[in-house]
Write a protein that binds this ligand. Structure first.
Ligand SMILES: Cc1cc2nc3c(=O)[nH]c(=O)nc-3n(C[C@H](O)[C@H](O)[C@H](O)COP(=O)(O)OP(=O)(O)OC[C@H]3O[C@@H](n4cnc5c(N)ncnc54)[C@H](O)[C@@H]3O)c2cc1C
Length: 403
């Protein structure tokens, strides 16, 4: 496994570190106290765009990504985990609020046609303003069980009409487009699903409601509805199923589900790396507190700090391995799930151990460790809970077919 950082990557990480310390950490604390997300017109976002953030990793070529120079080894996934960890170290909520195609980019890259990549990702190559993309799979009645999605898509001439409700989609109300998963036929479970790119302002897309969250308050997690929302057939990722097949069995079964799963194999290592970043921030805060309170010679305190360090490093290696395999185009589903199952649990333990050290100071609600403790919980939930990752690993171990 190749892990060396070249000079360009080191410089990128230094840039993120400086931005994190000067802007992300203070803004994250501010949003946490205010109890709501940074608004889309926040000056940070325009500044980020001017500095080259918020761009797609798609280079404009089929299968291309901007992180890879011609002839150089692919390192997109490794770059993503390194930057994800560093940003989350400073503030994971602010990191998700950053402009960019977000989680919606992965399905467009995984199953979008060349024309669709051009249409939806080109505006993110050198954005003229802060732009966001979003990903909406979860519904009030369908989270882990993706087959239970009830948002319906019905063919009507050269369009599909979508009706349903989505929940907790990051940056949805400010997004230029949202990748919405819907079913042509609920009886077919995953095989009946497709991914539709629903563009901002489409009639019927609305009722945006920013959810209250226990942590990660700097970015919006938004529920919304689709009411007879007419989406052009050209916006079905991977191409629309035949008109004849839309009413009955599809000739391109499972594209929506396949796209979602391919997205997760690419994004789960980065989500796991974000948990490592939050855990590292907790370790540093715990170390600083222990030093100030002259606790470093206490063996019980040292044991806690050592455990945090050891397990966080192990979690990081799992993230790197899953990312390296993705860059090598090797099947990484199990490794991605291992990283996602392990890292959030380790990071949650790190924030808990930090809270133990603080004692009553942690209970006051104004210490960074207390915020990290609330922020980290979601890392076990998003993009497949820890329990679901363990099912994926066990299924492979026991050679069980997908159920
Ligand atoms: C902060 C945050 C951001 C999010 N962002 C997005 C987003 O951008 N886009 C999006 O589409 N969704 C998003 N989500 C939703 C997230 O993906 C879901 O919450 C997640 O998939 C879990 O679904 P659920 O909440 O319905 O829980 P459920 O699926 O109802 O699960 C409840 C519990 O049961 C367990 N469980 C479920 N099925 C099984 C099983 N078969 N075996 C064993 N245990 C099981 C789960 O592990 C969990 O512990 C976000 C959620 C949060 C909290």
């Amino acid at each position: 496994m190749e892990l060396t950082l070249d000079a360009e990557l080191e410089a990128r990480l230094r840039e993120v570190r400086a931005l994190g310390e000067s802007r992300m950490r203070p803004l994250g604390l501010e949003a946490d106290r205010a109890g709501g997300p940074l608004p889309p017109e926040h000056p940070l976002f325009a500044e980020l765009v001017a500095r080259g953030f918020g761009r797609t990793r798609w280079s404009g070529e089929i299968g291309g990504d901007t992180a890879t120079a011609p002839g150089a080894p692919r390192r997109t996934a490794r770059l993503a985990v390194l930057l994800a960890e560093e940003m989350a170290y400073w503030d994971r909520g602010v990191a998700v609020a950053f402009p960019g195609p977000g989680l919606g980019e992965a399905p467009v890259l995984a199953i979008g046609t060349p024309e669709q990549r051009e249409r939806f990702l080109a505006p993110f190559r050198a954005p003229d303003r802060p732009r966001w993309g979003a990903f909406a799979m979860t519904e009030p009645g369908a989270g882990s069980d993706v087959a239970a999605i009830r948002t319906r898509a019905r063919r009507d001439g050269d369009a599909f009409v979508l009706t349903g409700a989505k929940s907790f989609a990051a940056n949805a109300s400010r997004a230029d487009w949202i990748v919405v998963f819907a079913t042509l036929d609920p009886a077919k479970g995953r095989d009946g699903q497709r991914a539709f790119v629903v563009e901002r302002g489409t009639p019927g897309l609305g009722n945006f409601h920013v959810e209250h969250k226990m942590g990660l308050k700097a970015y919006e997690s938004t529920s919304f509805t689709l009411e007879e929302c007419r989406v052009p057939a050209a916006n079905v990722l991977g191409g629309a199923p035949d008109a004849s097949a839309a009413a009955g069995p599809s000739s391109r079964t499972g594209d929506g589900f396949r796209g979602a799963m391919q997205s997760f194999n690419a994004t789960r290592p980065a989500i796991a790396a974000m948990a490592v970043g939050i855990g590292r921030a907790a370790l540093d805060a715990a170390l600083a507190f222990a030093r100030e309170a002259s606790l470093l010679r206490d063996t019980r305190v040292r044991d806690r700090l050592e455990r945090m360090e050891r397990r966080l490093r192990a979690a990081r290696l799992l993230c790197w391995r899953a990312a390296w395999m993705a860059d090598e185009a090797r099947a990484n589903q199990v490794e991605a799930s291992m990283a996602k199952a392990f890292a959030p649990a380790v990071a949650l333990e790190a924030t808990s151990l930090g809270m133990e050290l603080l004692g009553e100071i942690g209970a006051r609600g104004d210490h960074l460790l207390e915020k990290l403790h609330r922020d980290v919980k979601a890392m076990d939930i998003v993009e497949g809970t820890g329990q679901i990752q363990r099912l994926v690993i066990a299924r492979q171990l026991l050679r069980f077919p997908r159920d």
